[in-house]
Design a protein around this ligand. Structure first.
Ligand SMILES: [Zn+2]
Length: 161
């Protein structure tokens, strides 16, 4: 089968056990909200949506406000810079799960102009120097193509506290 790779065949209790990987081709329609967000990233802009009722700006955008359940449709561009709200350092290497080699960090960054944080990778940082409240800046990849990883990672803003 062309979508299957058998990694190992072993025998246990008279039975053969095949361990492998099955690749599943798929097509995914991002939907109106994610399409606008990803199109923005492709153009190196980060968009959120402002709630008409509670005025919170959600980044990444959602169709419905998680606070007051209002329908969201007012798009606002937010800054490429924000504040590191929290982070975790990954110490184990698992290439099937993580896009970077350990050790590295994931953070939640609340961009200036937004009221929610976005989870992303942290790069160009000394892991032991990471602190909640640090100013961070989005680093876009060279040729954005319209997905979440158009932002490669967030890096600390030099000279900022
Ligand atoms: Zn709301």
């Amino acid at each position: 089968m062309e979508n299957e790779t058998v990694l190992e065949v072993r025998e246990r209790d008279g039975l053969l056990i095949h361990q492998g990987v099955i690749r599943v081709p798929y097509t995914w329609a991002a939907g109106a909200v994610a399409s606008k967000f990803y199109t923005g990233l492709r153009d190196r802009k980060i968009y959120g949506v402002r709630c008409p009722r509670c005025r919170h700006v959600l980044v990444p955008p959602k169709k419905t406000c998680h606070r007051c359940f209002s329908h969201l449709s007012e798009w606002v561009e937010v800054s490429h810079e924000g504040t590191l709200q929290t982070f975790t350092v990954v110490h184990y290497h698992e290439p099937e799960l993580h896009p970077l080699k350990a050790p590295f960090a994931y953070g939640i960054i609340r961009l200036d102009g937004a009221d929610t944080g976005m989870t992303h990778l942290i790069g160009e940082a000394t892991l032991k120097a990471l602190k909640e409240g640090m100013k961070m800046k989005a680093v876009f990849k060279e040729k954005p193509e319209g997905n979440y990883l158009d932002i490669q990672y967030f890096k600390p803003v030099k000279g900022a506290k």
